[in-house]
Design a protein around this ligand. Structure first.
Ligand SMILES: Nc1ncnc2c1ncn2[C@@H]1O[C@H](COP(=O)(O)OP(=O)(O)OP(=O)(O)O)[C@@H](O)[C@H]1O
Ligand SMILES: [Mg+2]
Length: 312
């Protein structure tokens, strides 16, 4: 990629607002990421968009996995998520931040249609996975491709091995034997960063592991079925700082192969692990951009207040 092949576009608005700079290399100009609240008004921010040829030059980390288009979720009359559009890319960690009750979990649970299991939930808009409308996909298949981890680790009351093998055994009619499963289980435990701690006894009960180990075991269980996207809903909130650091390290290592969305109340954690950040407030996606932009140069006043810790 030669930067000299780029077209540079500088727009200056009448109000003296700083320029929007876009560099386009062999591609179409994408919509600039803007705060939804400002989408219909004058631009009030600097934005940079880079489009790189989606051919061999494109690094894996820019690949789009999921696209959320105008997602709305209501529970009875309560609007939990309002007209949210966002992308989930492999090679990136997307952190969703925002005060309690702003719709982070609801957005996350929409990505694998878990929210549809709530009888009062009404969902609108479209969610695409690899270009396919998730509403046209089989729910079980979708949930294998889009795995989810919760705040409290929830290993099954069985051995470490059987926990990780669980999803593989559920697949298809012919149950694979232990020999067949072993390399996949070991690989998943290695990728989840827990192999060294459990390798001596995989028949050990999962419930006897520490909270941090249980959470990494649950990551291994999700990874074993080869998901494309991993959804993590406050995965470290019940863990001590050391376990948290190990899980954060695991997240960063996994992002080269998997798209990760993490909901967190811990802003330092979002800064440490995220590439993109979405700030939600009362169901709106107020701001969505790179971690540097959202934390160092937030566009919306609400984001500014939140990342400064003025409310939460
Ligand atoms: N099953 C449900 N039935 C009714 N209302 C719900 C349900 N789940 C969520 N809500 C409502 O939707 C809104 C968003 O909730 P959600 O759990 O998505 O927020 P959140 O940002 O994850 O909050 P927290 O940070 O506290 O986990 C809240 O007002 C909540 O009360
Ligand atoms: Mg939540």
């Amino acid at each position: 990629m030669g930067i000299e092949s780029a077209d540079e576009v500088h727009d200056r608005t009448e109000s003296g607002i700083p320029p929007i700079k876009r560099i386009v290399v062999n591609g179409e100009m994408p919509p600039v990421r803007v705060s939804q609240g400002e989408a219909n008004g004058a631009p009030t921010h600097i934005a940079e968009s880079f489009v790189i040829d989606q051919g061999a030059m494109a690094p894996a980390w820019t690949e789009e996995r999921m696209k959320v288009e105008s997602l709305g979720v209501r529970f009875d009359r309560k609007e939990a998520v309002k007209d949210v559009s966002i992308e989930v890319n492999s090679g990136e960690v997307l952190a969703l931040i925002g005060p309690s009750g702003c719709g982070k979990t609801t957005l996350l649970r929409s990505l694998n249609k878990l929210v549809d299991l709530t009888p009062t939930a009404v969902r609108s808009g479209r969610i695409m996975l690899d270009g396919q409308d998730t509403d046209l996909m089989d729910d079980t298949l979708l949930r294998k491709k889009v795995g989810m981890l919760f705040q409290q680790p929830n290993p099954f009351p069985m051995s470490i091995f059987d926990n990780v093998a669980y999803g593989l055994r559920e697949r298809g009619t012919k149950r694979p034997g232990k020999k067949e499963l072993e390399p996949i289980v070991v690989d998943a435990l290695e990728r989840a960063g827990i192999w060294a701690e459990v390798s001596d006894n995989l028949s050990h009960p999962a419930l006897s592991l520490s909270g941090g180990q249980q959470q990494r075991l649950c990551i291994a269980r999700s990874l074993a079925v080869r998901p494309e996207v991993l959804l993590l809903d406050e995965p470290c909130s019940a863990l001590d700082p050391i376990s948290t650091a190990i899980i954060e390290e695991t997240i960063v290592e996994l992002k080269s192969e998997i798209a990760i969305v993490i909901v967190t109340h811990n802003l330092q954690q979002a800064e440490r692990v995220a590439d993109q950040v979405g700030f939600m407030y009362l169901g709106d996606l107020v701001e969505y951009g790179s971690v540097e932009q959202v934390f160092n140069a937030p566009m919306a006043e609400r984001t500014k207040d939140y990342v400064r810790g003025d409310f939460g």
